[in-house]
Design a protein around this ligand. Structure first.
Ligand code: DI6
Ligand code: FE
Length: 407
């Protein structure tokens, strides 16, 4: 008889495996782990294994640990004062002209030590852990010089003890003040000096391709360099205008193209051809009071995998709740609750190139489990502000010293 390290019984499973029941659901299921991986999943009645630890889930639903595939969690300072100024009538452009906006976060982040950045990010991270997240992507992009970007990526990796972290180098996020009027020179710095220096600390490379940031041509230079270093790419694409970002992302075989509010049908088709994930970010849409929603119909028609993420950052999406991001994806973008949950699990993992190891409850995957006191998985996208999480396990181990509720 095979021995397992742990089994969860008296649970309903939302496996999120594709092509099965809605949510890949198994009512009254059992799930067992060995050496940090899922080793058995099925109906309780079929379970006759032996496990060193038996967890009584007391009727909870178990989903894969949530995967937030797009965040800017590491930074110093905040921009609440700008939020206040905007509500008193000042425009984003006025604030940027006066040295605020992204550059105020760049100043604060450059001035902070790596330890400060870890402390601040760890404090924010508590909410992701409380809501059952086990994987988080974190971008750089507020250093905008080699030392600052290196410091941010190191700080992000420093959080790996409590959550699985994927780091993304976003040197091409904004033009730092010392390069004012010289964007091509800055892109040369990114390509020739920053990228080679940060490559060992980065799992992927991202850029902000937008009329207020970098052009398609500048972004393509960064991506070509990433390719030489063997790093996969992702892109902030078509957030405020259709700049052909989706097509550019597809052309470089990007893991994901993110935002996509202004993406055309042709853009959606290009993503589908490459298997590039569409990562939708309703937090930024909400906070910036955008009007145009991503082309959900085209994404569905072309069967583009859709991920949902918080895009947590101090400027355009101070959202710290993956569950609320799922709710917003439904209310603002009209995703179904099942699409929203798949977006924060299976497709979030795919957007990070982790589909072989994360994002569904399948044999061989990491034993990353979130337990929820809910009656149906649709409740996860429905509760707007509540947190029904009652446990989270990463690689089979409790991720916050709590196994199931009341224990
Ligand atoms: N997209 C955004 O909306 C921002 N960055 C990005 O890539 C804004 C980030 C900030 O304002 O700090
Ligand atoms: Fe972002």
């Amino acid at each position: 008889m095979t021995a397992y390290d742990a089994v969860w019984l008296n649970a309903n499973l939302a496996t999120l495996r594709e092509g099965e029941t809605p949510y890949g659901a198994i009512r009254d299921g059992a799930i067992a782990a060995r050496e940090g991986r899922i080793a058995w999943v099925g109906a309780r009645g079929d379970w006759n294994g032996k496990a060193a630890i038996e967890h009584d889930a007391r009727g909870a639903w178990i989903t894969p640990g949530l995967v937030d595939c797009h965040t800017h969690l590491v930074y110093a300072g905040n921009r609440a004062d700008e939020f206040e100024q905007r509500l008193k009538g000042k425009s984003y452009a006025d604030i940027a002209r006066e040295g605020g906006g992204i550059n105020s976060t760049v100043r604060a982040t450059r001035a902070a030590s790596e330890e400060d950045l870890v402390t601040l990010a760890r404090r924010r991270l508590a909410q992701w852990l409380a809501e059952g997240a086990t994987v988080l992507e974190i971008k750089s992009g507020y250093g905008l010089d080699t030392a600052g970007e290196t410091k941010m990526l190191r700080a992000a990796r420093g959080l790996g003890d409590c959550i699985t972290v994927k780091t993304t180098f976003l040197g091409a996020h904004a033009l730092p003040p010392e390069y004012n009027g010289r964007p091509d020179d800055y892109i040369s710095l990114v390509c020739d000096q920053m990228l080679p220096a940060v490559a060992p600390l980065a799992d992927a490379v991202d850029a902000f391709c937008e009329n207020i940031a970098f052009t398609v041509k500048q972004t393509a230079r960064v991506f070509a360099e990433a390719r030489k270093l063997g790093l996969p790419v992702k892109l902030h694409a078509d957030q405020l205008s259709d700049s052909g970002g989706a097509q550019l992302a597809a052309q470089f075989g990007a893991l994901s193209a993110d935002h996509l509010e202004y993406t055309s049908e042709a853009g959606a088709e290009a993503l589908a051809r490459q298997g590039t994930v569409a990562a939708l970010l309703p937090g930024a849409f909400y906070f910036l009071r955008e009007k145009q929603v991503p082309p959900l119909g085209a994404l569905r028609r072309h069967r583009v995998p859709i991920a949902i993420a918080t895009d947590h950052n101090p400027g355009s999406s101070p959202l710290t709740s993956p569950l609320l991001a799922m709710n917003m994806a439904c209310t603002l973008f009209r995703l179904t609750p099942e699409e929203a949950l798949a977006g924060m699990t299976r497709n979030g993992a795919r957007a990070l190139g982790m589909q072989a190891t994360h994002g569904t409850l399948g044999v061989g995957k990491s034993a990353d489990l979130a337990l929820w006191e809910i009656e149906s998985p649709a409740e996860l996208a429905y509760v707007a502000g509540a947190n029904p999480n009652v446990g989270v396990f990463r690689n089979g181990h409790s991720a916050r010293g709590q196994q199931t509720r009341n224990e």
